[in-house]
Design a protein around this ligand. Sequence first.
Ligand SMILES: NC(=O)C1=CN([C@@H]2O[C@H](COP(=O)(O)OP(=O)(O)OC[C@H]3O[C@@H](n4cnc5c(N)ncnc54)[C@H](OP(=O)(O)O)[C@@H]3O)[C@@H](O)[C@H]2O)C=CC1
Ligand SMILES: O=C(O)[C@@H]1CCC=N1
Length: 281
Amino acid sequence: MTESATAAPSLAPIAFIGGGNMARSLIGGLVAAGADRNRIRVAEPDARTRAGLAEDFGVACFASAAEAVPGAATWVFAVKPQVMREVCESLTPIARAERPLVVSIAAGITAAQLDRWLGGGLAVVRAMPNTPALLGAGVTGLFANARVDGGERERANGLLASAGQTVWIADEAQMDAVTATSGSGPAYVFLLAEAMEDAAIAQGLPADAARILAQQTILGAARMLTGSGEPPAELRRRVTSPNGTTQAAIETFEAGGFRALVGRAIEAATRRGAELSAAND
Ligand SMILES: NC(=O)C1=CN([C@@H]2O[C@H](COP(=O)(O)OP(=O)(O)OC[C@H]3O[C@@H](n4cnc5c(N)ncnc54)[C@H](OP(=O)(O)O)[C@@H]3O)[C@@H](O)[C@H]2O)C=CC1
Ligand SMILES: O=C(O)[C@@H]1CCC=N1
């Protein structure tokens, strides 16, 4: 099911644990959507990062998670998978006392791991956003464990809908594939942009022209993908004149195993999600 942002999210207090890149994108999305910044707290060990968040968004920042979470109905874990267990276990007594809705955006780490590390019996939503959240153009895959009720699901959805579209996933085993597709996906498009730019320069174009041509081509194509209602194969067909320039390029991509390469890349990213779960248990 796909849902999108509607009204400004009404916020019970939220605590972000970790104030790095993704947390900044989500907080920016919430504030831009009109959320009450007085209800947003952030725990972040780095003083400069804290100062930046306080200055840019007017949110309350704390040096430790234990200072930020008391009284917050939703705890959003936005730390690296490698430190998640330690961070959660430092909060177990508060989690047992306060029973928050737990939302984690970490790659790989499962709802059951989060629940266990926080003391058990908690409502946990695992979410996988992506960096276009910064522009409100993100997409987030979400999974809820059995303890999440309808109101909590709405709360989690409202939080992530500020960053773009949301897609609920019924089977948690598929969350690593979500991560590999849309969580990591912006990097694949940036890689394509780099490669197109380099190739254009190799064909003799000036660097500034190459950059504009590659960037605007990706932007225009993305807008057609989301706005035309046509499947990508049909949009591609309309560009590809018989025996024309595009056909020459597409045949080269296909001969080079482009589809299989994308398949292997997304498979590797999916596998890495499971490895992050096992390695940090
Ligand atoms: N970047 C992306 O595109 C996406 C990332 N994610 C997930 O989001 C999570 C965060 O990634 P990202 O924002 O890129 O990483 P960042 O490193 O930018 O952010 C993590 C932040 O957590 C802070 N931190 C470390 N320990 C603690 C602690 N004990 N309490 C509070 N904060 C702490 C770090 O501080 P310090 O640097 O000082 O250690 C850092 O500022 C990861 O789990 C990742 O899998 C999900 C979707 C997309
Ligand atoms: O690369 C990563 O592990 C994180 C998760 C998705 C995007 N960045």
